[in-house]
Structures are given as structure tokens and as C-alpha cells.
Design a protein around this ligand. Structure first.
Ligand SMILES: *Cc1c(COP(=O)(O)O)cnc(C)c1O
Length: 382
């Protein structure tokens, strides 16, 4: 695509954008009386205009029905998580039975690793990318310790080669092969939060399965950004948060994917809780735990309705389009931003912007990470 470095060109692109009306569905912070140019959707997505009414609906139903809201609310609370399955399934490329909205992201890493990281004999290793998000590193470290293992022995990182910023796909595959039957789990980001590099999840999954390991992806920066096909790629398990590209508000409810071949397996080791129990029998309040044969079988607590109400309003907007359309737009916007940064960098001596995100659109999402040589930001202190 040929880009032009003029405001006219940018406005013309906006005019041609088939999704241009969607922009009006979000609330933008104001600066000098105008919408800010918002480049932080990978950290916290903007508020959908429908969010407030969606939360108010739950407050009103609570006021009107009290405890009967579990059954009489417009969206009955006892099955509230079910209102997300269809939308999430479309967003991550799964069947509705393979996804569930629950908890927070790091909580879900722990809950799912309890089932999917089962070190046995010499098969104990976890492969992850270097510079994974700190919370993921803490999760892996403490998961190893829970099993009485030394994190330094079992966590293997694959990083960029010297003087490079990105991890080469061939190096990930070589590491998987090298670890072979010592590899228990590959646990990586789908898109690295720092570099914006998109990993070949399908390739990594088939390589890991070939040596008998399971595969888990943290999709914090991939969900709502990449056109995912988790079921077809044969990924074992994945999790994400909803407040980045899914625009569902700070700390809002997260989500999980479990491939149906595992979800069906109700014998799988897991933490149990009443919301994972067979719904039909849940309110009989019997002590025995029989998990549902779907991703819902990993739920612990009843649904956090208020954060989910925002999540619902956010996903209503995703329901009006498709990940394929969003990806097409994402590639254009990201490509244009890259072009503009390069133009500015060329025009300014003494300050250069180095883009560390892959230059190839198929190896990135809609994030461009820049090293601002000579003008770096000081770390924020609180
Ligand atoms: C944003 C992000 C998190 C944040 O974890 P929370 O449990 O939602 O606070 C964790 N991991 C990755 C890779 C992230 O990008």
C-alpha cells in the first residue's frame, strides 16, 4: 500500500474506512476541547458508550429484584457468563463450549496451569519467551515452586539473538526440539507485550505437540487484535484480559480458552468451585463436585456481574464486525503509523526513532514499539 504524508491523505483514508462509524461508539478523553489521539489501546481500551447503561441495568435489576435477580434480571445472573460465549468464540476462533469469561488474567494463568502444567519424571520444563510480561514470569516461577521444582532448572527462555530485538521463529522451534521429552509446557505470549512481535502460534503448537508437550498462550495483546483460530490451530489452552483491545474497563473480567479435547475431560486435575459444577444441579447444594464438560468447568465463583456488564457492552461492538475486518483495518492503521514515524525520524536530525516491532505486517498486531534514541522517557515513580 502506498501512503501519503499529508493530512489530506489521512482524511481520505478515514472516508474510505468501512468501519469509520464505529469510532463514534467510544468515549475519548478530551484535550483542548478535542478528542485526544489515543495510542494506548494496548494498555487500556477506551470506554464504549454503551457501558454505563449496561451497568445501570444490573444496578436497577438488583434494586428491583434483590436476590431474585439471579433468575428474574433481564440478563439472569446465575447464567451470566453464558452471555459471553458466542462473542468470545468468534473473537478467538473457538466453539462457544471452549471459552469462558472469568477472573483476572494472572489468576487464570494459575488456575489453568494447575491443570496444564503437570510435571512428571524428567518432563518438567516450561518454555517461554524472554522478556515475558512480569506477571507471567512471577506466575511461572511460583508454579514451578508449587511442584517443589527450582524455577532456574525448569523455566527455559528463548530470546532474541545478540543485537536483535525479536525472537526468531526458527529459534523457538529449535528450542522445542532440543528440550524434546523434557518439555512439559510451552507458555508464551501470542503477541509480545514489549516488542509487539506476533508469534506463529500454529507452528509453535504443532512443534510442541510433536515432542509430546502442551501449549498455552497468554493472549493479553493478541485478543481483539489478531484474527485468532485457536481451535483450528489446536492450541491446548489460552487466556487473556479484557481491558486492552477488548475495551472492557480497568481490571474487568478476563477469559479462557480450553480446547474441547481437554474441556471434555472432566477427570482433568483442577481447582474446583460451585460455578464449575453442572449448572442443572448447582443449586441442589450437594457436596460432590462434577465439573461441566466445557471451559465453564474451570469456573470457581459466581459471575462478577458489574464488570461483566461493561464487557458485554464492549463485545456488542465486536459483534457488529469481525476479526477479519478489524485485522484489515489494524494492518492499514499500523502501516500508516509506521510510515509516519519513519518520515518524522528522517526529517529530524539528532533524534531518531527506531522501530523494534517487526516490519512485516504478518509478524505483528496493531502495536508499534519505538526506541526514542536521545529522548527516552524516565521511569515513572509513584
Ligand atoms: C496486561 C498483561 C497482564 C496483566 O495481568 P492482570 O492479571 O490482568 O493484571 C499479564 N500478562 C500479560 C502478557 C499482559 O500483557
Amino acid at each position: 500500500m502506498e501512503y501519503g504524508f499529508t493530512e489530506e491523505f489521512a482524511r481520505e483514508m478515514d472516508q474510505q474506512d468501512p468501519l469509520k462509524e464505529m469510532r463514534n461508539e467510544y468515549l475519548f478523553p478530551q484535550h483542548n476541547g478535542r478528542d485526544v489521539l489515543y495510542f494506548c489501546g494496548n494498555s487500556l481500551g477506551l470506554q464504549p458508550k454503551g457501558a454505563a447503561a449496561s451497568v445501570k441495568q444490573e444496578l436497577d435489576d438488583w434494586a428491583e429484584f434483590g436476590v431474585e435477580g439471579h433468575f428474574d434480571a433481564k440478563r439472569p445472573w446465575y447464567a451470566y457468563h453464558e452471555f459471553f460465549a458466542d462473542s468470545l468464540a468468534r473473537i478467538v476462533g473457538a466453539s462457544p463450549a471452549e471459552v469462558v469469561a472469568m477472573n483476572g488474567l494472572t489468576t487464570n494463568i494459575h488456575i489453568m496451569m494447575t491443570s496444564f502444567y503437570r510435571p512428571e519424571g524428567s518432563r518438567t520444563k516450561i518454555l517461554c519467551e524472554a522478556k515475558a510480561f512480569p506477571s507471567d514470569q512471577s506466575a511461572l516461577d511460583t508454579q514451578a515452586r508449587i511442584h517443589g521444582l527450582d524455577p532456574a532448572d525448569v523455566i527455559v527462555e528463548v530470546g532474541p539473538r545478540e543485537d536483535e530485538h525479536l525472537v526468531r521463529h526458527e529459534d523457538v522451534l529449535a528450542k522445542i526440539d532440543e528440550l524434546g521429552d523434557e518439555l512439559a509446557l510451552v507458555m508464551m505470549g501470542g503477541v509480545n507485550y514489549y516488542s509487539g512481535q506476533l508469534f506463529d502460534m500454529q507452528g509453535i503448537t504443532s512443534a510442541a505437540h510433536a515432542v509430546g508437550a502442551l501449549v498455552c498462550f497468554d493472549l493479553a495483546h493478541a485478543v481483539g487484535n489478531i484474527d485468532l483460530k485457536l481451535h483450528d490451530w489446536d492450541v491446548d489452552v489460552a487466556m487473556w484480559c479484557s481491558y486492552k483491545y477488548l475495551n472492557s474497563g480497568p481490571g474487568s473480567v478476563a477469559g479462557v480458552f480450553v480446547h474441547e479435547r481437554h474441556a471434555n475431560n472432566t477427570d482433568m486435575i483442577r481447582f474446583g468451585g460451585w460455578w464449575g459444577h453442572d449448572k442443572v444441579e448447582r443449586f441442589k447444594m450437594e457436596p460432590e463436585f462434577r465439573p461441566m464438560p466445557t471451559a465453564e468447568g474451570w469456573q470457581l465463583s459466581n459471575a462478577p456481574v458489574f464488570s461483566m456488564a461493561v464487557h458485554r457492552a464492549a463485545l456488542d461492538l465486536f459483534d457488529r464486525t469481525s476479526m477479519a475486518e478489524l485485522r484489515t483495518k489494524g494492518e492499514k492503521l499500523t502501516g500508516y503509523f509506521e510510515f509516519v514515524v519513519d518520515q518524522v525520524s528522517e526529517a529530524n536530525e539528532g533524534m531518531s526513532f527506531e522501530i523494534i516491532t517487526p516490519r512485516e505486517p504478518e509478524q505483528r498486531g496493531c502495536q508499534i514499539s519505538i526506541l526514542a534514541h536521545g529522548a527516552g522517557r524516565e521511569p515513572v515513580s509513584y
